[in-house]
Design a protein around this ligand. Structure first.
Ligand code: DBV
Length: 249
């Protein structure tokens, strides 16, 4: 049972069709990782596979796919634009746990409260958001400190039924990704020094938050140990800081 494989397949095919796609390096030992967890008849393999691409305007496109049986499936898929574009991040966190599904889907803004920014990158996707809201009602409890990193078109839901994921969530994922790639096609490079500085700060703010608060840290540490987990988080999932250090050397 790999609930999110069709999402991943769709995303990669669409990226290949619409972008000039190149591979993004995945550090050795992180392309694929597996562990046997649980005891007796509850034993299960948990397999985590990683995918990395880049494109002219997109610094890193990466996915982590966790497959651990019907009660543990995750697809975490994020697109990090180059620092000379004001594009939002594409962020999908699709999580299936024993208690149900947890769905986070958004174009995460660099500047949450900037009216012009919202006009440019949120307004156009509000109709898509509104069309899914009836099927994917607000998921409730949400860390307040994460609020600044999400747009008003943030889809956040905790559907109980798997068929809701296979239908509405999959359709929303496709629509958001298509709309995102349209933004990418239209994006023009930023040259103003002041704006470039703000973009770098906003990217680092986002990156620090996600690396520090990664909700998967506990799970990965239990499965694969803390050394592997920290390197996976800082060396692949949220690697901007390391790449900046290298670039400035
Ligand atoms: N989340 C990640 C990565 C994951 C991952 C890289 C590869 O950022 C999985 C795996 N997310 C994951 C798992 C859980 C969540 C939960 C396994 C369940 C954790 C648990 O219950 O044990 C959106 N993801 C969540 C939650 C949120 C998000 C809000 C609930 C956490 C909570 O209630 O405290 N996406 C997540 C998030 C940001 C984002 C916090 C912030 C900018 O973009």
């Amino acid at each position: 049972m790999t609930l999110y494989q069709p999402f991943l397949d769709y995303a990669i095919a669409l990226l290949q069709e619409r972008l000039d796609l190149a591979p993004y390096p995945i550090p050795m030992g992180f392309e694929s990782k597996s562990a046997i967890v649980g005891k007796g008849k509850h034993q299960n393999e948990v397999l985590t596979t990683s995918y990395g691409y880049q494109a002219p305007k997109l610094r890193q496109i990466r996915a982590a796919h966790v497959q651990g049986g019907s009660a543990l499936q995750v697809l975490n898929f994020v697109i990090f634009p180059q620092l000379n574009y004001d594009l939002p991040f594409f962020g999908a966190d699709l999580v299936t746990l024993p208690g149900g599904h947890l769905i986070a889907l958004d174009m995460q803004p660099l500047f949450r409260d900037d009216a012009q920014y919202q006009e440019k990158y949120t307004q156009p996707i509000l109709p898509i958001f509104e069309s899914y809201k009836p099927h994917l009602p607000w998921g409730g409890d949400f860390p307040a400190e994460a609020q600044p990193f999400f747009s008003p078109a943030f889809l956040w839901a905790r559907p109980q039924q798997t068929d809701v994921v296979e239908t509405h969530v999959f359709a929303a994922f496709k629509d958001y990704l298509q709309a995102y790639l349209t933004f990418v096609e239209q994006a023009e490079p930023i040259t103003d020094t002041q704006t470039l500085k703000k973009i770098e700060q906003a990217q680092l703010r986002y990156l620090h938050y996600r690396a520090e608060k990664d909700p998967a840290r506990g799970m990965f540490t239990r499965f694969y140990g803390s050394e592997w987990t920290e390197e996976y988080i800082h060396g692949f999932l949220f690697d901007l800081e390391r790449k900046l250090v290298v670039a400035k050397e």
